[in-house]
Design a protein around this ligand. Structure first.
Ligand SMILES: Nc1ncnc2c1ncn2[C@@H]1O[C@H](COP(=O)(O)OP(=O)(O)OP(=O)(O)O)[C@@H](O)[C@H]1O
Length: 443
């Protein structure tokens, strides 16, 4: 976030980039929080008679349907005016605007510095000005702000948006948010408007419910963009599970399901559908059918079935809340993303289980003396960095005694070759689903 740029004994100066400040602001961090983090990150103890200060200007862009307003904090911010060519330009407000920390002159002594800080603090008793801007000038304005390193933070004042009608959606009473889900949404709706940003939660933490709640709060038309057709199905299911949204306001728009997108209130689609209109792969198609099929639903809820073999398409969005053991048979090289996503399949909260009594185990099979070993080390490092412990088992006792199906060395090598060849073909469109990538064992 910051770099120490000055190591004079009594003054530590940090340069905060405008983007780190933007990110901090968008998650609701305030100046005092930034100072607190700087204190934690500092390399040396700060002498008692020094102060930490962070100055900056800020401007928020508030979008109300077709109207756009800019709210600017006057202290340290710059005046936003419209130039002769009607391009938005930003100019300094005058001599009082305090400079950024990185460009501040280093004072002669610490008392001058404190006096200067106090002066700046007075300046911070700020007044917020806001004014409407012409929609056509929004883009040049945004560009100017970025060029001046004062990026606008987009917010949507949905409560005051009377131009876009509300859609009939509310949360169902069964949707009880977990505390971290509430916190994530608090960051988004903290000031009564919908702030643009990114909500990042681990796999299986319940991002869909966060999304459904956000939509049930804003209650305006929404576009849900997914990375696969399987996710589209899952999102629709989550909307139905947690909200009162009915089938006639939800539209799935995939290469097979083109459900009148034009008038949909909630349009759920994939990037390729809006970018290139690509056809889904054979593999995705098969998995969607499987996910949707009655037999899979029975399988999911049948206590007699405790093992499911799945291919790599189950890496994401495959919801098997009860699965608690995963055996990874084949992987996509050293992909850490894939590892995290697969782990996500077994880390979903278990109904009625006490967290402390609960175990989820992830096995990964690695063939000794093959390139798989290098990849698996990379993946292991990632898991360790995430705080998981792991153990390498090189020998399973009793293995030699059993009546193994692939008993001889030749048979084992042949099997290995088959698996590796299948992995190479994995990316190709017509790879049959018989290539089994993962195994879930349901509790
Ligand atoms: N507050 C909640 N109360 C009860 N169940 C919840 C809650 N939030 C999420 N769940 C359940 O947890 C499971 C995982 O949720 P979801 O699929 O939204 O996770 P995710 O974060 O999108 O995971 P992934 O990144 O792996 O797709 C689902 O079965 C969902 O119904």
């Amino acid at each position: 976030m910051d770099t120490e740029v000055n190591d004079i004994k009594y003054i530590q100066e940090y340069k905060l980039t405008v983007y780190s400040l933007y990110a901090a602001e968008s998650v609701g961090l305030e100046t005092k929080d930034i100072i607190e983090y700087l204190k934690r990150l500092k390399a040396v103890e700060r002498p008692q008679n020094t102060k930490t200060r962070v100055t900056r200007g800020s401007a928020d862009e508030v979008v109300r349907s077709s109207q756009a307003r800019v709210a600017a904090v006057t202290s340290g911010s710059k005046a936003i005016t419209t130039g002769p060519s009607n391009d938005a330009v930003i100019t300094g407000t005058g001599s009082d605007a305090p400079p950024l920390v990185s460009t501040a002159d280093i004072p002669e002594d610490i008392s001058n510095f404190n006096a200067k800080i106090d002066k700046d603090d007075e300046y911070l008793s700020k007044e917020i000005i806001s004014f409407e801007i012409d929609q056509n000038h929004l883009e040049p304005l945004q560009k100017s702000c970025i060029a001046l390193e004062y990026p606008l933070l987009a917010e949507y004042d949905f409560i005051k948006d009377t131009q876009n009608p509300d859609i009939p959606i509310d949360l169902k009473p069964n949707a009880i948010l977990r505390p971290y889900q509430e916190r994530a949404l608090g960051k988004m709706f903290g000031n009564g408007r919908a702030r643009s940003g990114l909500i990042v939660l681990p796999c299986g933490a319940g991002k869909s419910l966060v999304g459904v709640t956000a939509e049930s709060t804003v209650r305006k038309k929404a576009l849900v963009l997914c990375n696969s057709s399987v996710s589209v199905e899952q999102w629709k299911a989550q909307f139905k599970m947690w909200s009162t949204a009915t089938d006639n306001i939800i539209c799935r728009f995939t290469s097979d399901l083109k459900e009148k997108p034009m008038n949909a209130s909630i349009l759920i689609t994939t990037y390729p559908m809006i970018m290139y209109g690509q056809k889904r792969t054979h593999e995705v198609e098969q998995t969607m059918k499987l996910n949707d099929s009655k037999s899979f639903k029975c399988l999911k809820n049948n206590p007699a079935v405790n093992t499911i073999f799945v291919c790599k398409i189950a890496d994401t969005s495959f919801d098997l809340p009860d699965a608690n053991v995963l055996i990874e048979i084949s992987t996509h090289s050293g992909s850490r993303r894939q590892e995290a996503q697969r782990l996500g399949r077994i880390l979903r909260a278990k109904k009625g289980a006490i967290a402390e009594d609960y175990y989820a185990i992830f096995y990964t099979l690695v063939s000794r003396d093959t390139t798989e070993m290098g990849y698996s080390r990379r993946r292991q490092r990632f898991l360790v960095n995430q705080g998981y412990s792991y153990k390498v088992v090189t020998h399973l006792s009793g293995m030699e005694e059993g009546d193994l199906h692939f008993e001889t060395k030749e048979e084992q090598i042949h099997l290995l070759q088959q698996v590796l060849t299948a992995s190479d073909r994995e990316g190709q469109e017509e790879t049959p689903l018989v290539v089994l990538m993962m195994l879930f064992i349901l509790k």
